[in-house]
Design a protein around this ligand. Structure first.
Ligand code: PLP
Length: 393
């Protein structure tokens, strides 16, 4: 028997229908702007290729990734849709991007020159999206250098070395006032690009947070990551359910041990928790190696035997303990760490609150030991009959 044939005791179930519903709902909401679904970091831990396919079926026009490795992996898997990659190693192979029809986000004059050398003269022009730093202070061309960058880009475009398909920026999502200041800086950058003779087809600024609540930020395209996965982008208590979005990932396992303990029994490393009275403990085979944050020790909750139950004691590398009181729980019972709140499960955002972080970090850090299985109930683009089932990751 190979390892792949052994029934895994833990699993991240990815509901591709939820991805499709989320993408379709967002596409409807932002129209006429188009949607890029961001599938960087293995689609926030959900699996880049299956998510990309589901997103495209649901009406996404573009895919976004951080780097060229991720973009070329999509091409290797047969994904033909437009792809933009925006975070480049100093020696990233831009010629390969041109050969594989991957658009390049450009954040410096040096990157622009490398793109211009990769495109034209016998090959297609390099398709680029010029990125202006409007105030995030991360990637992007500084406003002082923007005029000279767009002038150089115009010259390269006229010489057939590049095509400036987009101009973009990224918001800090600080507050409405700071976003408005960034939008104003974006407008100035667009005007300068236009004055330099550029006419980009795609102006894009918003990720999920701004796209959902600020119509003026949508321009021609919105870059949707977290919303596609049914996790909230907001830190102010607005849940994904409030936004009409369904969680795509369910993290589950089965109970591997149950024990009855006496009052006073200490549990897990350092005995940070002791039973106040006789109680039953269930052991769950997921730990921080699987992305369950140790920081949530004593605070995270799971759905087990029809109720939410709290983690007690420290979360360890491979396992943690849940207090079930006097309830009947058996080895093999299913445990849901997070999933659909409509079914009583905690959400990834609940775990984020328990670990003082954001839902993004919870889903993206689910580790490689947890197999991703895929469920879908409707026909795929390739014409499969309706089915519900699992496919290997
Ligand atoms: C990750 C990323 C996004 C997606 O952001 P969400 O908040 O997940 O929607 C959009 N644009 C850029 C440049 C990014 O790096």
């Amino acid at each position: 028997m190979s390892a792949a044939q052994i029934d895994p005791v833990r699993e991240a179930r990815i509901d591709l229908d939820a991805v499709r519903r989320n993408v379709a709902a967002i596409a409807e909401r932002v129209r006429p702007a188009r949607v890029m679904v961001v599938v960087k970091a293995d689609a926030y831990g959900h699996g880049a290729v299956p998510v990309a396919e589901a997103a495209l079926e649901a009406g996404a026009a573009w895919l976004g990734v951080a780097d060229l490795v991720e973009a070329v992996a999509l091409r290797d898997a047969g994904v033909a849709a437009p792809v933009l990659a925006w975070l480049h190693a100093p020696d990233a192979p831009f010629a390969e991007a041109v050969a594989r029809d991957v658009d390049l986000g450009i954040s410096s004059g040096e990157q622009l020159e490398r793109a211009a050398r990769a495109g034209g003269e016998g090959s297609a022009p390099a398709n680029v999206h010029l990125k202006i730093d409007t105030g995030l202070s991360r990637n992007g061309v500084a406003p002082e250098q923007w005029a000279s960058l767009v002038a150089a880009a115009g010259a390269h475009e006229r010489a057939g070395r590049i095509r400036v398909r987009g101009v973009f920026s990224h918001l800090a999502n600080t507050d409405a006032e700071a976003d408005a200041a960034q939008a104003a800086a974006f407008e100035r950058a667009l005007a300068e690009a236009s004055a330099a003779g550029l006419d980009p087809e795609l102006r894009h600024l918003a990720s999920t947070a701004a796209a959902l609540e600020s119509p003026g930020s949508r321009y021609d395209l919105v870059r949707i990551g977290i919303g596609a996965y049914g996790v909230t982008p907001y830190g102010d208590g607005r849940t994904a359910a409030d936004l009409g979005l369904a969680p795509a990932m369910t993290l589950r396992a089965r109970v591997v041990a149950v024990r009855r303990v006496a009052a006073g029994t200490g549990v897990s490393y350092d005995h940070t928790w002791r039973a106040e009275r006789a109680t039953t403990l269930a052991l769950v085979p997921l730990g921080y190696a699987d992305g369950v944050p140790r920081q949530a020790s004593g605070r995270g909750e799971v759905l087990l035997a029809g109720r939410r139950r709290r983690v007690v004691g420290r979360i360890a590398m491979d396992q943690f303990v849940v207090d079930v009181g006097d309830d009947e729980v058996a080895v093999g019972d299913p445990v849901v760490l997070f999933g659909d709140p409509a079914e009583g499960a905690p959400t990834a955002d609940d775990w984020a609150a328990a670990a003082d972080t954001i839902g993004y970090e919870i889903v993206t850090r689910i580790g490689p030991r947890v197999p991703r299985t895929y469920t879908r109930s409707t026909a795929s683009a390739s014409g499969d009959a309706a089915r519900t089932g699992s496919e290997p990751a």
